[in-house]
Ligand binder design. Structure first.
Ligand code: NAD
Length: 526
């Protein structure tokens, strides 16, 4: 039943002069569902056109969901172990094709190759984790019945149907792939709507899934204008997996609420990083620099607020600025750069606006603060601020760029309180002795907490849930929850011999007394 299609791989380093790379992107574009106007995709690192993708209308997106539902019926009947085998092959294929995937991610985001590498590793590990665990998680389970022996109760898991996966541009391979794989393994079909700036990574996901043996029709990619395509998918799908800003997440949640369909939302962060007095300062400085400027700060779980204990403030700040000063910001495909381009003019403007507002209100720039047009149109230096007042927008709002503010704190208690004083709660990082970190970390109001790491330790722990508290999200990816959310739970209870009514000839009062006595016994045991 499986059909395999292979799309020619984009050749190394997608340069405009490379005819083979252009042809490979064109064959990826051909996988998009949609016959509407062409949308041109631009490489942010130098503004060159990469290729065009046809857009899907709202009607075409609704039709894609209908087709997905039809294909899903047979897939749901396919044994979970056979579905898992597709994910296992996909996990290997992603590693085999690492460099080609990195080329596509790098070309359409402008990010450093090292940042793109995280996506490849994450996708392979997520697929392998669910390949190992999905059959067990989906197995029907016996549960305690209303009455022991007389009630045989089984919990079953059924797929939702057609899952809409809506993703942003910052992790364009990880998000479509890592959210689609568990949905597919749970027996669903997926319709993926990537951000229109980065459709090729999602189309490459589709191509690799098909190459791994995913039957036709079970995964589709639709591209379209942001105000039309996303809402059209929310209107049609049976469940929505949304990743993006908290503002859009609220709109999606409202519509899912009206439609009474389930959804999961992975949203924005304003993540704190705490350095306590007993931290290993050189390690904290290096870890903070890597975490704050990973993917040029366009990382939902990246820190934007550093709270450092007064006792180590000078030592940490000097070491941190030293690390930031040594960071290599560069354009071009290669392993040397630690930071690449921002995604767009709009993102550059947001960074500039936050910075200018903070400086106008008294903030001091300790490092960076300037754009780097000689590298490319949207490059910006890694930037460190101090003395950011409460009134500055970047004090509380997500910047989503290479800007971090350092704040002194007088005690561990103040560090925890200020870290928690936020409307968002996605990720937190804490640098201290490991035992103390594990204890204090539990007091942080965030879905993931990393002790002596910025974000990667929890992100890479695929067996444990990942997601946001407060305005940072609803639901979780990874772990059992990351797969079971794509299912409908069903309880099948088979009643034998004993009825839920008085036995023939028994008075209602006698029945009530007997039932009360039985419940008293049951309560003692379970
Ligand atoms: P965004 O919310 O503007 O867009 C995200 C996606 O939603 C895009 O595909 C967009 O086209 C689509 N969309 C826009 N309007 C829609 C609507 N009304 N209905 C349905 N879909 C709609 O996000 P962005 O600014 O492009 O991405 C950056 C944001 O994403 C940041 O806030 C970042 O923190 C967040 N993010 C969160 C995670 C996470 O796992 N928590 C991961 C990556 C990014």
């Amino acid at each position: 039943m499986t059909s395999r299609t292979t799309t020619p791989a984009p050749s190394a380093h997608l340069s405009p002069s490379s005819g083979a790379a252009a042809a490979a992107l064109a064959s990826l574009a051909a996988l998009a569902t949609g016959t509407g106007p062409e949308h041109e995709v631009i490489a942010p690192s130098d503004g060159r056109p990469l290729g065009v993708v046809r857009q899907a209308s709202a009607a075409e997106i609704a039709a894609a969901v209908t087709r997905a539902r039809a294909a899903q019926k047979a897939w749901a009947r396919t044994p979970a172990t056979a579905r898992a085998a597709v994910a296992r092959r996909f996990a290997s294929l992603v590693l085999d094709r690492r460099d080609e995937i990195l080329d596509v991610i790098e070309a359409e985001t402008g990010k450093a190759r090292l940042a793109a590498l995280e996506e490849v590793m994450d996708v392979s590990r997520t697929a392998a984790y669910y390949a190992h665990t999905a059959p067990g998680l989906l197995r029907p389970r016996r549960r305690g019945g209303a009455f022991p022996v007389f009630t045989q109760t089984t919990e079953r898991r059924h797929p939702k149907g057609a899952v809409g996966v809506i993703t942003p541009w910052n992790y364009p391979f990880t998000l479509p792939a890592s959210d689609s794989v568990p949905a597919l393994l749970a027996g669903n079909a997926v319709v993926i709507k990537p951000d229109e700036k980065t459709p090729f990574s999602a189309l490459l996901t589709l191509s690799l899934l098909r190459e791994a043996g995913l039957p036709d029709g079970l995964a589709q990619v639709v591209v379209g204008p942001r105000d039309e395509a996303g809402p059209a998918l929310v209107e049609a799908a049976d469940y929505i997996m949304f990743t993006g800003s908290s503002a859009t997440g609220r709109k999606v949640a409202a519509r899912c609420g009206e439609r009474l369909i389930g959804f999961s939302a992975e949203l924005g962060g304003k993540n704190p990083l705490i350095v306590l007095a007993d931290a290993d300062i050189p390690a904290a400085a290096a870890g903070a620099a890597r975490a704050c400027f990973a993917n040029a700060g366009q990382l939902c779980i990246g820190p934007e607020r550093i709270y450092v204990h007064e006792a180590v403030r000078t030592q940490f700040t000097e070491a941190f600025l030293g690390e930031v000063g040594r960071m290599r910001v560069a354009a071009g495909a290669g392993w040397d750069a630690e930071m690449g381009s921002l995604i767009s003019e709009a993102q550059l403007e947001k960074v500039r606006a936050h910075l200018e507002d903070a400086v106008a209100r008294g903030a001091r720039i300790l490092a960076g603060g300037t754009a780097r047009p000689e590298l490319g149109p949207y490059f910006f230096d890694p930037t460190v601020l101090s003395d950011v007042p409460e009134s500055a927008a970047l004090c509380r709002e997500e910047t989503f760029g290479p800007v971090v503010a350092v704040y002194p704190v007088a005690s561990d208690e103040e560090a925890i309180a200020r870290a928690n004083d936020s409307a968002l709660g996605l990720n937190a990082s804490l640098w201290t002795r490991p035992a103390r970190g594990a204890e204090l970390g539990a007091r942080l109001e965030a879905g993931t907490v990393n002790v002596n790491e910025g974000y990667a330790a929890s992100w890479g722990s695929h067996a444990a849930p990942m997601g946001g508290w407060k305005g940072s999200g609803v639901g979780r990816r990874h772990g059992a929850e990351g797969l079971l959310k794509y299912t409908e739970a069903q309880t099948v209870a088979v009643q034998r011999l004993l009825r839920f009514a008085p036995l023939p000839g028994m008075s209602n009062e006698r029945y009530a007394d007997l039932l009360t006595a039985a419940v008293r016994v049951l309560n003692r045991f379970r």
